[in-house]
Design a protein around this ligand. Structure first.
Ligand SMILES: Nc1nc2c(ncn2[C@@H]2O[C@H](COP(=O)(O)OP(=O)(O)O)[C@@H](O)[C@H]2O)c(=O)[nH]1
Ligand SMILES: [Mg+2]
Length: 181
């Protein structure tokens, strides 16, 4: 199919990560002006939640993958299909859930395995999420500890030719919508 002009191009963005890492909250932050209190009533996402939205001159299609264990296997099986035509993949890690660091790094490594076969240019954004204001003052979340426990391990997994960036994010700071554009 031919595009009439660039205005009509829809950016496809996938949000992946373990359950409870904050994917749906991030999606809401990106797509709506929403009161923080409404995040409290979020229910776990079942399956894939797809949202289309328009912002100034761009249109986005954002796919939020539930993340529960039984679905993660399905996603990986169909990952090639899901990755067709992607522009960005956002991988979300709950920095406050240290017990799940190994599990999330494992899932991430699996996804990167599929990303290696994607032929079109895309951006990989890694969100070290729930990095709430003040967290950096605690020793366990100091730059040094976050580097050795997460960032260095993530960098080992991501091939050097990937266009990737790592961010510390939180819904308790004004979410930088600019990150996804
Ligand atoms: N402290 C903190 N909690 C968050 C943040 N983002 C999301 N949450 C909470 O984490 C829980 C899971 O969020 P949700 O978006 O449903 O995660 P998902 O399962 O990955 O979609 C909810 O109770 C959210 O309110 C954040 O930046 N900081
Ligand atoms: Mg969700």
């Amino acid at each position: 199919m031919k595009e009439k002009n660039s205005r009509q191009k829809i950016a496809k963005i996938l949000i992946l990560g373990l359950e409870n890492s904050g994917k749906t909250s991030i999606l809401l932050s990106l797509t709506r002006d929403i009161n923080l209190l409404s995040y409290c009533s979020l229910k776990p996402t079942v399956g894939i939640n797809r949202v289309n939205f328009e912002d100034s001159d761009k249109e986005f299609s954002i796919w939020d993958f539930g993340g529960q264990e039984q679905f993660r296997k399905d996603y990986l099986r169909d990952m090639e299909k899901h990755l067709t035509g992607i522009n960005k993949l956002i991988y979300v890690i709950d920095v406050q859930d240290k017990k799940k660091y190994d599990l999330t790094l494992d899932y991430f490594e699996n996804i990167v395995g599929f990303l290696k076969n994607v032929k079109i240019p895309f951006e990989l954004l890694i969100f070290l999420h729930k990095f709430d204001p003040g967290l950096e003052k605690l020793d366990q979340y100091s730059d040094e500890n976050i580097n050795s426990n997460l960032i260095n391990k993530l960098k080992k997994i991501v091939p050097s030719n990937f266009n990737s960036k790592i961010f510390k994010t939180s819904i308790y700071t004004v979410f930088q919508k600019v990150l996804i554009k």
